[in-house]
Design a protein around this ligand. Structure first.
Ligand code: NAD
Length: 501
């Protein structure tokens, strides 16, 4: 095995906020959290939590930057140049960011490399989108010109999870600031290291101070202070459904718009008309990619009965050969889960499945090959029905759940029998089967004969409890900008003159 990094990179012993372009010194009596490397269980840094006062300072900085117009009224070509410079600086520092992300999240390098590229691409993409927006004009009412302009909405609170820290934080921030908004970002308290460095790099690339501020800390403290702050105009959130519901309630009381990218329990349907070889590869990628910690996991694998035994047998054989290990090694396929409580939660679903009458097909334990680190064997169970808890609840780990079905209608019914509706996967070479699934599955994305190809130009987001709103150019335009109609008469208007006679 080869270590894929040619060198290591220093990790700051402290993670603090970054407000107004400056690193905030830690408070002596503030709350601290150990930042852990999940592959070794060793502490790699200390997070100094931002209390409500610090969050207030960050929001004020973002508000000052917004109101000053340095960013919101900057010529779009100049703003675009800065966003491109951010892309270039992120690429120049890609190795360091990938290293920090692997170290803190335990995600295997092969996933992290994709995330790091996506992070840089997000800034390029939204710079282009924002620079191409035009308005509307209306001249139909005689004597009047009405034009409609888009304006940035203000200051956003952006909150991101731990399962792809760089890719998801950058998506929130890029889609927000490209329109001229400013923001305060709060990443997950479990994985603050790479995101802290990313925000520093924004400033090295020339982003004006105050446009992106960073606060770190627990959701209930720092996150809650952020979304409750009256200076926040909107909230962009990526994370779990329960948290999303709580955030929407708080924001709703203040009539703040929210965009929510939440959890999933997506169906991966393999028909007997599939190219079975590719469907098998796709099913493994769909559930074990990113250590199984992905919102878009194909976690309910529905296999048509005639091919089920053979396909599931081969799935299990391949699963047993998956390389679990150091996420920093090039050929590792699954690294450790992100933190201890999460490993314990994912493992607890083995008992839950058993209680619901499921059969364990493989895995189900901590990895015996690792004395240290939150490594888990990739796991698969066969369940008697979609009513089991492992089919209903998002497990968010390397945990595949198999079901069988007989007909197309039954497959669609099972796929839709979920409170979630984020994505779905369909494997079939039969056009009618594919078209019926595309029309009838109630999910924001239907991938046909491919695992998770993400088209940035298309909306991404969920039906039902998988979210409100979409990531994407049109959706981010609508969420992060306000519309203004300006109505002007061409000649002086004649008005009724109250009290004149
Ligand atoms: P989480 O909801 O526990 O936390 C997400 C973020 O919210 C963290 O930064 C956390 O500190 C913060 N937070 C928690 N409580 C808060 C509160 N009361 N107020 C404000 N902020 C609060 O989610 P997680 O465990 O970090 O991430 C996993 C979840 O994210 C999964 O459910 C997954 O499906 C979902 N996810 C969805 C998408 C998507 O695009 N739909 C992408 C990735 C992850």
């Amino acid at each position: 095995m080869t270590l894929s990094f040619t060198r290591t990179f220093p990790v700051s012993p402290r993670v603090t906020s970054l407000i107004d372009g400056e690193s905030v010194p830690p408070k002596s009596n503030g709350f601290q959290i150990d930042v852990i490397n999940p592959a070794t269980e060793e502490s790699i840094s200390r997070l100094h939590e931002a209390d409500p006062d610090e969050v207030d300072a960050a929001v004020r900085s973002a508000r000052r930057a917004f109101d000053s117009g340095i960013w919101s009224r900057m010529d779009i070509n100049q703003r675009k140049d800065i966003l491109y410079a951010i892309r270039d600086h992120l690429r120049k520092n890609a190795e360091e960011l990938a290293y920090l992300e692997c170290l803190n999240s335990g995600l295997p390098l092969q996933s992290v490399r994709i995330h790091v590229q996506r992070m840089a691409r997000n800034f390029e993409f939204f710079a282009e989108v924002a620079s191409n927006v035009n308005g509307e004009t209306y001249t139909q009412t005689a004597g009047y010109l009405t034009y409609v302009t888009r304006e940035p909405k203000g200051v956003a609170g952006c909150i991101s999870p731990w399962n792809a820290p760089l890719a998801l934080s950058s998506m929130r921030v890029a889609s927000c600031i490209a329109w001229g908004n400013t923001c305060v970002l709060k990443p997950s308290e479990f994985t603050p290291i790479s995101v802290r460095r990313m925000v520093e790099i924004f400033h090295e690339a020339g982003l004006p101070s105050g446009v992106v501020n960073l606060v770190n800390g627990r959701g209930a403290v720092t996150g809650n202070a952020l979304i409750s702050h009256p200076g926040i105009d909107m909230v962009g959130f990526t994370g779990g459904t329960a948290t999303g519901r709580a955030i929407a309630e708080t924001a709703g009381r203040q009539l703040k718009p929210v965009a929510l990218e939440l959890g999933g329990k997506s169906a991966n349907i393999i028909f007997d008309t599939a190219d079975v070889e590719r469907a098998l590869d796709g099913a493994l990628v769909g559930i074990f990619g990113n250590n199984g910690q992905q919102c878009l996991a194909g976690s309910r694998i529905l296999v048509q009965r005639g091919i089920a035994d053979a396909l599931i047998g081969r799935f299990v054989a391949r699963t047993k050969k998956i390389r679990i290990g150091d996420p920093m090694l090039d050929n590792t396929e699954i690294g450790p889960l992100a933190f201890r409580a999460h490993l314990e939660r994912v493992l607890s679903f083995v008992g839950v499945a058993h209680a619901d009458g499921a059969t364990l097909l493989t895995g189900g334990q901590r990895s015996a090959a690792h004395q240290k680190g939150w490594f888990m064997e990739p796991t698969a169970v066969m369940v008697p029905s979609n009513d089991t808890r492992v089919c209903k609840e998002e497990i968010f780990g390397p945990f595949a759940t198999f079901l069988t079905f007989d007909t197309l209608d039954e497959a669609i019914r099972i796929a839709n029998d979920s409170k979630f509706g984020l994505v779905s996967y369909v494997w079939s070479e039969d056009l009618n089967t594919v078209m019926r699934c595309s029309r009838d599955i109630r999910a924001g994305t239907v991938w046909v004969n491919t695992p998770m190809m993400r088209e940035l130009r298309a909306p991404f987001g969920g039906y039902k409890e998988s979210g409100i709103g979409r990531d994407g150019p049109q959706s981010s335009l609508e969420f992060f900008t306000e519309l203004k109609s300006t109505i002007i008469p061409i000649d002086p208007v004649t008005m009724h003159r109250y009290g004149a006679s």
